[in-house]
Every structure is written in structure tokens, then in C-alpha cells.
Design a protein around this ligand. Structure first.
Ligand code: ATP
Length: 319
């Protein structure tokens, strides 16, 4: 392997820069040429390749977003689009590719590996919605961002003795809501994996009021409903006028936590080492604090288990 490339794809996530840095520095360390591709698969099709060296990735380890920019590409989903991408890589002598992104990006990586480009995927998404790995890069930072907001909202919620609904991101995965809900002491947590009924919420609100609770934080994962609708239902069924905060894109930005920087660094180096061993069609993950790799197809076919134990804990602690 003489020359490899790296790109970021799908939604951005804090820690992607740390992963790019790790890939580039590992390539330099192992004496292989490295190019960066800007704007994901869309940029690849257009031939947006930039030479990278150790200094190109200086001063980015602590920054959110991605220096390579990211995009979604409909064209890459077509055979014609992928052929263009393949030819650009071949023309430029690129033998291996590291794709940092979510499941869609991994599906794209898998297709390129079938065409003969050695590809390795690194999980970069705040959603933590990939079944094969315990954590994705960006998730820990997003949870901490939500937690920071919950702590602030709690002050106002307590002062005004109000219930608050906080809608958080995560698509069809409730992990951000569950983790930030547990750490932030939310009273009710509504997840795609565990739908708390309106009656349960109303009961909890009543119980809370009876025992003199000043606030009631309802954490709502975006994949399980819309905050304004829930607000109406709560008013109707429990007679409580809850406030609504939709956190939105602040969850995707910000400086990555040490955890995200560390896993990104480990995964980035590991991906390059796999390419050096002529491996392809693999994704890198973390389990029990150890970095491992597995077949992309196998990883994409896995179903994410729900952490029932953690969910039960939130129920116990909000009594
Ligand atoms: P996130 O979880 O942050 O949204 P993602 O990687 O899942 O990240 P997607 O938009 O699903 O984001 O995928 C990113 C890009 O990967 C797509 O725009 C497309 O170019 C490519 N891609 C997705 N699915 C496929 C597929 N089945 N075949 C080929 N390419 C794909």
C-alpha cells in the first residue's frame, strides 16, 4: 500500500477532526502517501483531492466539525456515480480509503471495496446508532452538550416550578436522550426503544407535585415524537403547561471531549494499520474499552440492543 485517502461523510460529529489527524499522522509515520478528500463522496466524484502531511492536520485535534467538510451525495448512490469515484481513486493511485461517517457512509464504503478499493470505516456520528460498536465518535460530546443545557434549564425550571420538555437528537436511536437523561436527572425519558405513554407521564407529574418536586424534566428523543405535540397532550391529559426546548444543531457542534478525541485517535491509527495489512471492507469499533474491527456487511446487519438496565435505572432514580 503506497497511497491512501481519507474522507468524512454524512452528518458532522465532534471528534471527526481528531480521527482525520490520526489517519494522516499514522500514514506519515508508516511512510505512505495520504490525500484528503473534501465533501465526502460528493467531493470524491468531483476529484476534490488534497495532499496531506503531518502539518496539514496541526491544531485541529480539539476542534468540532470536520476540516475536510462533509456532504451527502445522491450521485454516489448510483452505479455511474460510484464508477466515477472509483476512476478518480485509480487515476490518483489511491489504493486504500478511510471513510469516517455513519451507516450510510459505510454502505458506500462497502460498495467501493466490492469494486477493488480497500476501504475501512470509522464510526463518526453523534447518534450512537451503529449496532456493532459501543460508542461512535461524537456521541460523548453530544451527551455532554445536552447535559450542559439540561443543567441550565433545570435552574429556570426549578425557580418557576415548571415542567420542561427537552427534545434531543439521535434519529431513531434514543441513546443521547437516555444517557443525558440519566446523567441530568430527568424525571421522564421518552425513547424510540421505550415509549413512555402519556398516562405514565401524567402520573409521574402528579406524584412529583405531591412530593414537592420543583421541576420535572421530560427528555424526548427526536425519533419518538415532536415536543410541541407532547406539550399539547400533557396540557390536555395532565393539565400541566410544560415549557419546550428543542436543542437542535448545538448538539452537533463544539469541542470534542477527551473521550471522543481518544477513541478517534485510536480508531484512526487502527484503520491505517488495517490498510497496511491489506485488509478491506472492515469497520473499526470499540467494545469493553478495546478497539476491534469487523466485516462491514456483518456490522451493518446487526441490530442495536437496547440498554434495558440503564433505562430501568432512570425509572428507579426518578421515583
Ligand atoms: P449520519 O448517521 O450522520 O447521517 P450517514 O453516513 O448515515 O451519517 P447518510 O446520508 O446516510 O449519512 O450517508 C452518507 C452518504 O453515503 C450518502 O449521501 C451517499 O453518498 C452514501 N450512501 C448512503 N447509502 C448508500 C448506499 N446504499 N450505497 C452507496 N452509497 C451510499
Amino acid at each position: 500500500m503506497k497511497k491512501i485517502a481519507v474522507l468524512t461523510s454524512g452528518g458532522d460529529a465532534p471528534g471527526m477532526n481528531a480521527a482525520i489527524r490520526a489517519v494522516v499522522r499514522a500514514a506519515v509515520y508508516y511512510n505512505i502517501e495520504i490525500v484528503g478528500i473534501t465533501r465526502g463522496f460528493a467531493g470524491l466524484i468531483k476529484g476534490e483531492l488534497i495532499e496531506m502531511e503531518a502539518s496539514t492536520v496541526g491544531d485541529i485535534v480539539h476542534k468540532g466539525g470536520t476540516m475536510l467538510k462533509t456532504a451527502r451525495s445522491e450521485e454516489f448512490k448510483t452505479e455511474e456515480g460510484r464508477k466515477k469515484a472509483y476512476e478518480i481513486l485509480r487515476e490518483n493511485g489511491v489504493e486504500g480509503l478511510v471513510v469516517i461517517g455513519g451507516d450510510g457512509s459505510f454502505a458506500g464504503a462497502q460498495k467501493l471495496s466490492e469494486m477493488g478499493i480497500n476501504t475501512i470505516g470509522i464510526p463518526g456520528t453523534i447518534d450512537n446508532d451503529l449496532a456493532y460498536t459501543e460508542y461512535t465518535i461524537g456521541f460523548d460530546t453530544a451527551v455532554n452538550t445536552v447535559l450542559d443545557a439540561v443543567t441550565k434549564i433545570r435552574d429556570t425550571s426549578s425557580s418557576h416550578e415548571k415542567a420542561t420538555i427537552i427534545e434531543v437528537m439521535g434519529r431513531n436511536c434514543g441513546d443521547i436522550a437516555l444517557h443525558a437523561g440519566l446523567a441530568g436527572g430527568a424525571e421522564s425519558i421518552i425513547l424510540p426503544e421505550a415509549q413512555l405513554g402519556i398516562e405514565d407521564i401524567a402520573k409521574k407529574l402528579k406524584q412529583g407535585k405531591e412530593r414537592g418536586k420543583l421541576h420535572h424534566i421530560i427528555m424526548l428523543a427526536e425519533g419518538s415524537g415532536i415536543a410541541s405535540q407532547l406539550q399539547e397532550e400533557i396540557l390536555e391529559k395532565a393539565g400541566v403547561n410544560a415549557r419546550v426546548t428543542v436543542l437542535g444543531f448545538i448538539q452537533r457542534g463544539g469541542d470534542p471531549t477527551s473521550f471522543d478525541r481518544i477513541i478517534a485517535s485510536k480508531m484512526g491509527v487502527n484503520a491505517v494499520e488495517l490498510l497496511l495489512k491489506n485488509e478491506s471492507n472492515k469497520v473499526v469499533g470499540i467494545k469493553d474499552n478495546k478497539i476491534f474491527n469487523m466485516d462491514i456487511t456483518e456490522a451493518l446487519n446487526m441490530k442495536k440492543p437496547f440498554d434495558n438496565h440503564m433505562y430501568k435505572l432512570t425509572e428507579i432514580l426518578s421515583v
